[in-house]
Design a protein around this ligand. Structure first.
Ligand code: ZN
Ligand code: ZN
Length: 349
């Protein structure tokens, strides 16, 4: 089979590899689509992976074509999104089914072989999140991971009927967080970004977006939210500017959800540090999402929302390529030759 192999930093090529033999409870998935995550770009060009060589890609979906365990054979032919985290199962967090906090996890597409390939070996059916609607496309299912991360942030923010929500960063997760906010009954929802292309794209899709580089944008945003009441800010940029903007604009007793990965040391201005105290701002960190049936399984919820048409995701895909063109796509993104919302590898190209 063909797979996108990362051999070393910047050494990323499409090549022929052996189709792996299945053992234990493993399942062979024929990949239908795999998305490029923001974290994949530095993984290829700057940071490298935990092991080499590796097939990267953790935002993927496909069809089950083979199972090692005869008991699972009824799954053949079904389509599923993949929960890429492989928990240790024994640490204190795994015992509580808080898998995102597992202290010794493996991960499809960053620590072991993932989705930028024709096939991927999934450890067991536990990782499969099934779609029950024949009309749901593989491309939509490849967006379940970012959509669920967005959903988790929105749940953590306790967004409810009428909440006013400002989301900093209009990339795919920001836009999906805006859609989930609306789905959960939010009142006014707006986003910010600094890229004209991203802003134009989001506006085309019907989102309310402000450019924070423009003078007076803070006033404009507060004007959009009547009475300056912003109940929740979802900080998706991981930047100093983003965090300070969040603190400036949030209402007293408001909630700030820290979603964006930081890019360096984040500095809070003195005045804003005081505002955290005066406004008694609540901060929440979010990491990944909830994949436990003890609570509401956020992954299954995302797929259900997609299957029932309540959540649209595939219109955020701006670039689709075949496997052989994934390296070129990565290079174009890294060198800023193209601006993407969601870029994916799709079998349908
Ligand atoms: Zn991702
Ligand atoms: Zn664990």
């Amino acid at each position: 089979m063909k797979a996108m192999r990362l051999h070393a930093i910047c050494d990323f090529t499409c090549e022929e590899v052996e189709l792996p033999e299945l053992k234990d409870d493993e399942i062979l998935l024929k990949v239908g689509a795999c998305g490029v995550c923001g974290s994949d770009i530095p993984r290829v060009f700057e940071l490298g992976a935990h092991v080499f060589p590796i097939t990267i890609g953790h935002e993927f979906a496909g069809t089950i074509v083979k199972t090692a365990n005869k008991k699972d054979e009824d799954l053949i032919g079904r389509k599923a999104a993949i929960f890429p985290l492989i928990p240790c199962g024994t640490c204190e967090f795994c015992k509580e089914e808080q898998f995102a906090q597992c202290t010794n996890y493996n991960y499809l597409g960053s620590r072991c072989d993932g989705g930028f390939a024709e096939y991927c070996v999934i450890p067991s059916k536990w990782q499969l999140v099934f779609s029950n609607d024949e009309n749901t496309s593989m491309e939509s299912l490849s967006l379940v991971e970012p959509a669920t991360v967005a959903q988790h942030a929105v749940r953590k923010a306790k967004i409810s009927e009428g909440s006013n929500v400002l989301i900093l960063g209009a990339g795919p997760i920001g836009l999906l967080a805006a859609r989930f906010s609306k789905l959960f009954g939010a009142g006014q929802v707006a986003l910010t970004d600094i890229s004209d292309e991203k802003i134009d794209f989001a506006k085309e899709k019907g989102f309310q977006v402000f450019n924070t580089l423009e003078e007076g944008s803070g006033k404009e945003i507060q004007g959009f939210f009547k009475n300056h009441k912003i109940d929740v800010v979802i900080e998706g940029t991981g930047s100093t500017a983003g965090l300070n903007t969040a603190i400036e604009l949030i209402k007293p007793f408001g909630r700030i959800v820290m979603l964006g990965n930081p890019h360096g040391d984040t500095m809070i201005q003195l005045q804003n540090h005081s505002s955290i105290l005066r406004k008694e701002i609540e901060f929440y960190g979010v990491w990944n999402s909830i994949y436990s049936d003890k609570e509401l399984n956020e992954w299954k919820y995302t797929v259900e929302m997609i299957d029932t048409g309540k959540l649209k995701v595939d219109d955020l895909i701006t670039h689709k390529v075949k496997l052989e063109d994934v390296a070129k796509l990565f290079s174009q993104i890294y060198h800023r030759e193209i601006t993407v919302c969601k870029a994916i590898y799709s079998k349908e190209v």
